[in-house]
Design a binder for this molecule. Sequence first.
Ligand code: G3P
Ligand code: CA
Length: 360
Amino acid sequence: MFRRGLAAAVLVFAGAVVASLPSAEAHDDKGPIVIGHRGASAYRPEHTLASYELAARMGADFVEPDLVSTKDGQLVARHENEIGGTTDVSTRTQFSDRQKTKVIDGTPVTGWFTEDFTLAELKTLRAKERIPAIRPRNTLYDGRFEVPTFQEVVDLTKRLSRELHREIGIYPETKHPTYFQSIGLALEPKLVDALNRNGLNHRGAKVYVQSFEVANLKQLNRSLRVPIVQLINASGAPYDFVAGGDKRTYSDMVTPAGLKEIATYADGIGATKDRIIPRDAAGFLQQPTTLVQDAHKARLIVHAWTFRNENSFLPADFRSSTDPAAYGRAFEEYDLFFKQGIDGLFADNPDTAVEAKIKR
Ligand code: G3P
Ligand code: CA
C-alpha cells in the first residue's frame, strides 16, 4: 500500500496546472480533487471514451472507469456487468439468446451480461444513455460510441495528458469482485497487469483503485503501490462479508474502530454523500456526521459521491422545482461539502465541480 497520508496527498496531484476550458484554466492542483464520475456522464452516455474525454477537457483531475470482465477476460468499462440499460444489445437479434437471469451479489438480475460476450462481440454494440428521462439531450449520442476497454481508457488519459499539459489521473473501480472471482474471471490480476504494463503501478502514479468489497482491496494492496480507496455505501455490507458470513456492515466500518481497520489496507474512503451529511425521509439535509474528521484522524482521505446538478439527485433543500431533470442549486451543495473538509468528489458534471472548487 502507498501509505502517503494527508500531507503527502498534494504530491500525487502535482503537475495539474493547465486545461482547455475557461473555468478550468484557473483550476490549480490545490484543494479537493475532481473525479469525472463515469466520465462527464451528465453530458454523454456514461463510460464511453467521449464521456471521459469531455470530463478531462472540463478540468477533471481524474476519470473514473467502473470495470467488469468480458467472456475472454478483458477488462471493459461499464457500471454493471448487465448491459441492457447502457448499450443497444436488446436490439441485436443475434444476441437475443444471451438474455439471462442471474443472481449478482444476492440479487436476481435479468438482461445481458458482459461475461457472456467476447470483447469482439461487445465491440459490435454501441452505448446509450442510461437515464434518458433525466438526461434526454444525451440520447443524441446514443449509438455513436463503443464500450471501451480499460486499456483504451488508459491510452486516452495518456493522450489527453500530453495535449492538455496536465496529468489526467485514472480511478478504476472493480465491480462485483466476488462474483467475477466465482466465475473464473477475477478482475484483480487483470487490473494489476494493466497498471504494471502501463507504468502506472508506482508511488506517485496518478491512480486510485476503489472497491465496495474488502477482501479484494486487501489482495490488491499487496500488489499495488498506488492508493487504495474503500467505498462506503449508505446501507448494507460489502458483498464479500455477506458471502463469507461476516456480519459487519458499512455502518460498522465508519466507526472509529472500523476506520482504523480500513487504514490497515487502504489510504482513503469513498463515501456516499449521505454518510457525511445524511438526509431525512423527505430528502432534506440533516446535521453532518463526524465521518470526515474521524477518517482524517485515522489518516484516511475522504472522497464523496456523487455530485449531480439535477433536482432528481439534489437534497430537497437545493431543488429549484419539482422537475426532476431541471438543474437545482448545485453550488450550494458543493459549498456545504467543501466545508466538511472532503479531499475529493465524484461529479457527473465535472465543469460545475471545477467551478465550485475554484470559488470555494
Ligand atoms: O465509485 C464511486 C461511486 O461511483 C460509487 O458508486 O455505483 O456509481 O459506481 P457507483
Ligand atoms: Ca464507481
